[in-house]
Write a protein that binds this ligand. Structure first.
Ligand SMILES: Nc1ncnc2c1ncn2[C@@H]1O[C@H](COP(=O)(O)OP(=O)(O)O)[C@@H](O)[C@H]1O
Ligand SMILES: [Mg+2]
Length: 273
């Protein structure tokens, strides 16, 4: 038998929950936003993708949650290559991914209960009573009591809105949670609370987390793996400390320019998963 023209890719391991291989994305056929991304987000770990404005972070996230398709390359969710799948199949895949939006993206005219219940009302055959019970359970786990149920998003603090957005993302019990800039626009204290919330949620629900961020303090606090994206390419990866001490000038620069005193930040990255 003739040898194959290219060597076969290594198999996807069971713990390789999200895998990107040679992923490229351009919108107009000219300007390439992502230029050959290879990455693995492992089961039960938190992978933080950091990078400045315009690096392609949001685009990368939209590919992972199957809202956009790569121009080329392979993208595996729990071992299934979703690149090029038809819309109906993508809808099935999307249920595996809970998305926590940057500004929580709650429906202003609906109560907290209605906002959180929404995915179950739309995508499950659960009875209303069961749905309400599940909403209350999840909100309680995330540190909110029943008094918030009837409130509207405008009546909540930034930290509370994050919890409500997270509760909604957890409703369909997705194995993967994706966060877009979770600490953006929050004060340092609330940011820290949100970091704790991400870590507690990972432990409690056993989810694989992918976080898009430009917040270095947050990255050092929660990342098992940190990936630095510059102009659509990955320039460094490893634990936050490896990025700090490694041989990528770009990574050390990016951390230094943030002005964050990373020595004094607690880490999860040395905890075993
Ligand atoms: N829908 C789109 N159509 C055309 N260009 C886009 C679109 N979305 C993003 N881009 C371009 O892709 C580049 C990266 O954007 P983005 O992924 O939002 O970066 P980041 O989230 O890191 O700031 C930018 O130059 C942006 O203008
Ligand atoms: Mg963005």
């Amino acid at each position: 038998m003739a040898a194959p023209p290219t060597p076969p890719s290594p198999p996807i391991e069971p713990n390789d929950t999200v895998v990107l291989r040679k992923v490229r994305k351009s919108y107009d056929g000219e300007h390439e936003v992502l230029r050959g991304i290879d990455l693995i987000a492992r089961k039960g770990e938190t992978t933080v993708i950091i990078g400045g404005s315009g690096a392609g972070k949001t685009t990368l996230l939209r590919l992972i949650v199957a809202l956009e398709q790569p121009t080329s390359g392979e993208l595996y969710i729990e071992g299934e290559n979703i690149a090029g799948l038809p819309e109906r199949e993508l809808n099935r895949v999307r249920k595996k991914l809970g998305m926590v939006y940057q500004y929580a993206a709650l429906l202003d005219s609906a109560s907290v209960l209605e906002n959180v219940a929404f995915p179950l009302v739309e995508h499950s055959s659960m009875k209303r009573k069961e749905i309400d019970a599940k909403v209350m359970d999840t909100l309680r786990i995330l540190g909110l009591d029943d008094s918030v149920l009837k409130k509207f998003p405008a009546e909540l603090s930034g930290g509370m809105r994050k919890r409500v957005g997270l509760a909604r993302a957890l409703m369909l019990q997705p194995p993967i949670l994706v966060y877009d800039e979770p600490t953006s626009g929050l004060d340092p204290l609330t940011s820290r609370m949100v970091d704790d919330l991400i870590e507690e949620t990972r432990e409690r629900f056993g989810v694989t987390s992918v976080v898009i961020s430009h917040d270095i303090a947050s990255c050092f606090r929660i990342a098992h793996q940190a990936i630095l994206l510059i102009k659509g390419q990955i320039v460094a990866r490893g634990t936050p400390d490896e990025l700090m001490a490694g041989d990528s000038d770009a990574a050390r620069d990016f951390i230094k320019r943030s002005g964050v005193d990373v020595k004094n930040i607690g880490r999860v990255s040395d905890k075993r998963v």
